[in-house]
Write a protein that binds this ligand. Structure first.
Ligand SMILES: CC(=O)SCCNC(=O)CCNC(=O)[C@H](O)C(C)(C)COP(=O)(O)OP(=O)(O)OC[C@H]1O[C@@H](n2cnc3c(N)ncnc32)[C@H](O)[C@@H]1OP(=O)(O)O
Ligand SMILES: CC(=O)C(=O)O
Ligand SMILES: [Mg+2]
Length: 353
């Protein structure tokens, strides 16, 4: 662990100074595309303006035989990047793979000027972040970049979950964390075969009525990811960075995808991954506060005056703590509405709001 005095010093001569605060840019969906697929690369100009984050994926999902082609596709997209209101990220291969070093070098040296965030998979502890941190500083200095590239870690090993707080605090470059439910399930030896979402076998059953064990009893499916997401949210918030739900692999089940995303939103996540165009709209809907909640938040804030004390509104007690929740809701809505006029209209915000 670096001394607190050195925490914000650049890690290489000539590298840009680390940021003191991670920007809270809208990132309701991190949209994944495989840059090795020429058809999908051709769609980038149309898709980029419709998403908050576009991510060129170099890791899992890209066949080993296509790794070089994916890196070349990412560079091609970066060189033509002309959507400054959308963030541009990449996911590099894991640090123990034969590709990670070349991924990082190519991404920073060739397109570092347009790259906002590098997503690092399978992070096991702060030492992985320290390695990437120093390397990025050296590469940024070499490329002559004037602002640092941030780092996003995927939580997809038991060791990573056990050290999640240390990972979040490892560097001022840390932008956020995503849940990696597929690799995490494998690493934990969970007995599932899915990419995120629930499982019908993970349930609780109602007690038998009148002790009748033969009578039908209601069952309730439980959320396999609740514990990990809650830990992730606490670790992120206490370090001033952002938590995200990861992928939902059952593309056709848009309803369960929406439910999983909403659980994450309610627990504090700011966004999720979209793997297919159909999931972009789901993430946009879920991670933009509901206009009814925004209107309610405005009413509570107005009714609470200076924000202290206790009042009754619609039969419910409101006080200092509920007004703080309402401010979170309103601030989130305002930040999103700033870049989305349709949302601003939906919330009834005027330009002065
Ligand atoms: C556990 C993890 O690591 S998750 C992250 C790794 N995985 C990924 O990144 C997967 C990303 N997604 C994909 O590769 C694709 O969506 C797949 C393979 C899952 C499905 O692709 P398809 O079989 O082509 O789906 P489908 O036929 O429904 O696609 C409809 C259209 O959307 C396009 N499309 C599909 N996914 C994407 C995408 N992620 N970005 C842009 N366009 C896409 C298709 O090219 C197709 O275009 P067309 O109508 O012009 O032919
Ligand atoms: C997100 C990811 O990489 C996983 O679920 O494994
Ligand atoms: Mg993974």
């Amino acid at each position: 662990m670096r001394s607190p005095k050195d925490f914000f010093r650049p890690l290489a001569v000539g590298a840009p100074a680390p940021l003191r605060e991670v920007p809270a840019n809208p990132s309701r969906m991190i949209h994944f595309f495989p840059p090795s697929n020429a058809k999908m690369v051709a769609k980038v100009p149309d898709i980029a303006p419709t998403v908050d984050v576009l991510l060129g994926n170099l890791e899992d999902g890209v066949p080993a035989t296509d790794k070089e082609a994916a890196r070349a596709g990412l560079i091609e997209v970066g060189k033509k990047w002309s959507t400054p209101d959308t963030q541009f990220w990449t996911r590099i291969n894991s640090l123990d793979s034969p590709w990670a070093l070349d991924d990082l070098q190519a991404a920073v040296l060739e397109i570092g000027d347009v790259l906002d965030v590098v997503m690092v998979p399978k992070v096991e502890g702060p030492e992985d972040i320290h390695y990437v941190d120093r390397l990025l500083a050296q590469l940024e200095a070499k490329a002559g970049l004037d602002r640092p590239i941030l780092v996003h870690a995927i939580l997809e090993t038991a060791a990573g979950v056990a050290r999640v707080e240390e990972i979040c605090a490892a560097s001022p470059r840390m932008q956020g964390l995503s849940l990696g439910p597929a690799d995490l399930a494998a690493n934990r030896r969970m007995k599932t075969t899915r990419v995120g979402g629930g499982h019908p076998g993970y349930l609780v059953r109602a007690d038998p009525e009148g002790g009748d064990l033969e009578a039908p009893r209601a069952t309730y499916q439980q959320d396999l990811w609740h514990y990990t997401i809650a830990r992730m949210v606490d670790a992120c918030v206490s370090n001033g960075i952002f938590p995200y739900y990861g992928p939902f692999g059952d593309i056709k089940d848009v309803q369960a995808c929406e439910d999983q995303f909403r659980n994450a939103f309610l627990l504090g996540c700011v966004g999720a991954w979209s793997l297919h165009p159909v999931q972009i709209g789901i993430a946009k809907k879920v991670f933009s506060p509901d206009p009814k909640d925004v209107a309610h938040a405005q009413r509570v804030i107005e009714a609470m005056g200076d924000g202290t004390g206790a009042i009754m509104l619609d039969g419910k007690m409101e006080d200092d703590a509920s007004v703080k929740q309402c401010r979170v809701m309103l601030e989130t809505a305002k930040a999103l509405a700033e870049r989305d006029p349709e949302l601003a209209d939906l919330y009834g915000f005027s330009k002065e709001d």
